[in-house]
Design a protein around this ligand. Structure first.
Ligand code: AMP
Length: 278
């Protein structure tokens, strides 16, 4: 495995691969790698000749400075894992090259960015869309692997790929959970043993709402809010949204789409989602 830190080296490495008729798989991450990331790498490994993992904790997508400061950084261990998982290129770009000072360009993906995560985290998706755009520009044509764990992010990335005409195929990978159902996340490391119990309330709520058939979106929302409160999760939102536009369904519409949840447990912001109806 090669570890690259300069954008030019990365650009030429993937260009060389494509010249040699090798397909390139890109897995963008913020590090603190876990089994969720491993599943993305495994999908890329199975489908592509050259697998590229990027690790960049992108300050532009954090709206909370404490969250950025306390985000886990474990580069040495991450590099060992990538090597073990069969990654070919591990790219760890510098802040200076990713966002030279001053950076004046921002990518904004209209309506999709504005609800759900966009409400509690203003500017978050502009940060995500801007960084993903830069990664796609430098990496060049590829298949790019993203987790359904960040369902809205996936929709934003799909939209920007289509709108800006990148030669990139977006591949969605299912959510990886621990044995009790908690969706894996780098932020889980911040959960204490007691807050873990509360955190399990997110996936339990999703299972409950998926099991309750024939609900209206309004009733499904109520069920989720009650179930989250019971688990002592401080709910940021709990919605049934359309799979395509991610807009919340009206109260009287049938609950068919995606249940999406964000909530705080002990100050840690957790996300989860799952299918409902059909
Ligand atoms: P992050 O390092 O948290 O920015 O995540 C990098 C990529 O891994 C994103 O596409 C995430 O959606 C994906 N990912 C994170 N956690 C999981 C998980 N539990 N299951 C599947 N994919 C995940």
């Amino acid at each position: 495995m090669r570890i690259l830190t300069q954008l030019d080296e990365w650009r030429s490495a993937t260009a060389d691969a494509r010249l040699a008729r090798q397909s390139v798989g890109l897995v963008p991450t913020m590090g603190a790698l876990h089994e969720g990331h491993r599943s993305l790498v495994a999908a890329a490994r199975a489908e592509c000749d050259v697998v590229v993992v990027t690790i960049f904790v992108n300050p532009r997508q954090f709206s909370n400075s404490t969250d950025l400061a306390t985000y886990p950084r474990e580069l040495e261990h991450d590099a060992e894992l990538c090597d073990e998982w069969g990654v070919d290129l591990l790219v760890v770009p510098s802040l200076e090259e990713m966002w030279p000072d001053p950076v004046l360009t921002s990518v904004h993906v209209g309506a999709l960015s504005e609800h759900l995560e966009g409400v509690g985290r203003p500017g978050h998706f502009d940060g995500v869309a801007s960084v993903v755009t830069k990664l796609f520009v430098v990496n060049g044509p590829c298949r790019a692997y993203f987790g359904e764990k960040d369902f809205q992010q996936l929709a934003v990335v799909r939209q920007l790929t289509r709108d800006l005409g990148f030669d990139v195929t977006i591949v969605a990978c299912p959510i990886v959970r621990d044995e009790e159902g908690l969706a894996l996340s780098s932020r889980n490391a911040r959960l204490s043993a007691s807050s873990r119990d509360s955190a399990l309330g997110l996936s339990r709520t999703l299972r409950r709402v998926a099991a309750a058939s024939g609900l209206s979106a309004g009733a499904a929302r109520e069920l989720m809010v009650t179930s989250l409160a019971e688990a002592q999760v401080e709910t940021a939102y709990a919605e049934i949204v359309s799979n395509e536009t991610l807009t919340p369904l009206g109260d009287d519409e049938a609950a068919i789409g995606r249940a999406v949840i964000a909530g705080f447990v002990d100050g840690v912001r957790l996300l989860d989602n799952g299918p409902v109806g059909k």
